[in-house]
Design a protein around this ligand. Structure first.
Ligand code: MG
Length: 343
């Protein structure tokens, strides 16, 4: 299960047993860059398989999750999502009402974010071969019409190497902004699945963010973006450190967290910063534009709790958290996933 959990053992598994068999490709953002989307001849392209259990959870379901997750992966690299593909793999005997409810949710979410399903495939497997349903979504996008403006603004302050919002594009001094509370999706799902009793007040944050991200690019100065899904904020910041060869210093008290999520995590012995989100984005931007970018995120309904949590620094070579007591601790990337099958 750890090989599919999004952490370091998955990275290791992918390099040794998945990527090693695939021929290298020439492109702006190739497979080997491990970014949220690839860019092939100017086309932004990504895919996701969704195995969430249960199919319906507080705040969302496998349908809204599939559309949002794929739209967000196109958006965070600076793409404008254009169309989705949808592959439904259904277990024999699954209640038809469940299929209808999932499809209704896919239709609604697709309508909400303005990204239609343009092609698809449906298969049924014999009872027991899969667990109810697997939904695989891919998407294509074009370069956001606001990405060149965004990069031009950043270049007023420092050189920018990448033409896309890739993980290797963070530089010393960049401000780090998160669009809202961390850990909501994974903790809401876990609590609901295991019956821990927090589900009355906890909701997944699952949501497409293409609108929010477009308003941020219009402001400009953003250098990298990532949706902190599996592995949460800890994984996102460590990936940026590793790929951008820079350290990070973040202030623990400035990282937004929902009180119920914190209480649930304390009880379960898990860290909300290592838990997946499905409606949040982490943004790096040149420090002079941080206030304006933060304001743009906050003025969007999905970014009301956004905060600036720290900055990239050469002082460290890893993610360092300043605690409320004035101490410092290292924020490691999670090795496995404390909450499996949340996406
Ligand atoms: Mg992603």
């Amino acid at each position: 299960m750890n090989h599919g959990a999004g952490g370091e053992s998955m990275q290791d598994f992918l390099s040794k047993h998945i990527f090693s068999h695939l021929p290298a490709m020439e492109s702006d953002v190739p497979l080997s860059s491990f970014d949220d989307s690839a860019v092939v001849d100017g086309i932004v392209f990504t895919t996701d398989g969704h195995t969430v259990k249960p199919l319906f959870f507080p705040g969302g379901d496998i349908g809204s999750l599939s559309v949002a997750g794929t739209v967000n992966d196109i958006s965070v690299i600076g793409g404008q999502p254009l169309a989705l593909s949808l592959s439904m793999i259904i277990e024999e005997g699954l209640d038809i009402d469940i299929v209808d409810r999932v499809m209704q949710s896919i239709g609604r979410t697709s309508q909400d974010c303005g990204v239609p399903v343009a092609t698809g495939d449906t298969k049924v497997m014999e009872a027991g071969a899969i667990d109810q349903m697997v939904v695989v979504t891919s998407a294509v996008g074009r370069r956001s019409p606001y990405l060149d403006h965004n990069i031009a603004v950043a270049k007023d302050y420092r050189p920018v190497d990448s033409q896309w919002m890739t993980d290797d594009n963070v530089r010393e001094g960049d401000a780090i902004i998160v669009s809202g509370t961390m850990g909501d999706h994974g903790v809401a799902l876990l609590s609901f699945r295991e019956g821990y009793g927090f589900e009355s007040t906890l909701q997944s944050d699952v949501a497409p963010l293409n609108g929010l991200i477009e308003s941020v690019l219009k402001v400009g100065g953003v250098t990298a973006m990532k949706d902190p899904t599996r592995g949460g904020l800890a994984n996102t910041l460590n990936e940026w450190c590793h790929k951008s060869s820079v350290g990070m210093e973040v202030v623990d008290a400035d990282i937004p967290r929902n009180d119920t999520v914190v209480n649930a995590c304390d009880l379960l012995g898990i860290d909300p910063l290592s838990i997946g989100n499905e409606g949040k984005v982490v943004i790096a931007c040149v420090p002079d534009m941080a206030e304006a970018v933060l304001k743009a995120v906050r003025s969007h309904p999905r970014g009301a709790n956004a905060a600036m949590i720290g900055y990239a620094t050469k002082k460290y070579d890893r993610v360092v958290v300043r605690t409320e007591m004035g101490g410092r601790r290292i924020m490691e990337a999670p090795v496995g996933d404390p909450v499996p099958r949340i996406c």
